[in-house]
Design a protein around this ligand. Structure first.
Ligand SMILES: Nc1ncnc2c1ncn2[C@@H]1O[C@H](COP(=O)(O)OP(=O)(O)O)[C@@H](O)[C@H]1O
Ligand SMILES: [Mg+2]
Length: 252
């Protein structure tokens, strides 16, 4: 299996506050990978480091074969186009309609003519399960679940190799969250796209992730599949899941 992201012995501090003390993970091509951990454990920070929005103090990170420590401007732009991000509070531009919102990356990174862009936007809308009429609505006219889908369509506009999501189902009701989970799975297969997400949604962990890591006490306590996690004897891992009442965690 091909490794597309390799984080090796990364340390991060904010002032005196150490967040990561030797964090190492690897993510394979095509998989849906979760970054788990308690609140404030450094999940979002790790993701921001991988997408080059946050510097790290030591160690190395490689994404799609490029080392982020020694990266040229051209390589950086190449990576930016190959990856996409949906932030925790994935804000849409409130003064732009849905069509214009999804067009933003296409206008920024391509010279495609307007009608071509519209065609891509419409196909992405359908892909995320929205009707074409949605294109002419403004964010204020959309439900929470629809806003997430529009933000997702915008993230997919450039057909990324890797999609990054920070707590994508937070703030959604359980049914919308499950539908969103299913959509992510389908899109990852359809678009042959790897997905890396920060999550603590137990449904997502059970039904969507192929592998995950758990950040605990500034390090990676565990990395692997859910089945491997179940066999991993450590009070912190047990505590983490039982606090959420995870069904799959209980001994059959
Ligand atoms: N830019 C920053 N400046 C200072 N402290 C930060 C910054 N970003 C994150 N932190 C701190 O680092 C820790 C980890 O943050 P974060 O990665 O957002 O946690 P998580 O996503 O796991 O909840 C927290 O204590 C947070 O306050
Ligand atoms: Mg976070």
């Amino acid at each position: 299996m091909k490794t597309i992201i390799k984080v090796d012995d990364v340390c991060t501090k904010f002032g005196n506050h150490v967040v990561h003390d030797g964090v190492s993970i690897h993510i394979n091509e095509g998989e849906i990978y979760g970054i788990l951990g308690g609140s404030g454990s450094g999940k979002s920070t790790l993701m921001r480091e991988i997408i080059m929005l946050q510097p790290f103090d030591s160690g190395s990170i490689e994404v799609l074969g490029k080392s982020l420590r020694h990266i040229s401007y051209e390589q950086k732009m190449w990576l930016v186009k190959k990856t996409a991000v949906l932030f925790q509070f994935g804000a849409l531009y409130s003064s732009l309609n849905v069509l214009e919102n999804i067009s933003v990356p296409l206008l920024e990174y391509t010279d495609l003519p307007q009608e071509f862009i519209e065609h891509i936007v419409m196909s992405k809308l359908v892909m995320v399960g929205l009707k074409k009429e949605t294109a002419y609505l403004f964010p204020s006219e959309l439900s929470g679940g629809m806003k997430k889908r529009v933000a997702l369509a915008r993230a997919l506009a450039m057909e990324p190799k890797i999609l990054f999501l920070d707590e994508p189902t937070s703030g959604l009701d359980p049914l919308s969250a499950e539908n969103f989970d299913r959509l992510i799975r389908e899109l990852s297969v359809l678009m042959q796209m790897s997905v890396v997400m920060v999550t603590h949604d137990l449904h997502t962990i059970e039904h969507v992730l192929d592998r995950f890591c758990l950040i605990y006490d500034k390090k990676i306590l565990f990395e692997g599949t859910l089945d491997e996690a179940k066999a991993f004897e450590h009070f912190a891992l047990r505590e983490y899941f039982s606090a959420g009442g995870m069904r799959a965690w209980k001994k059959e």
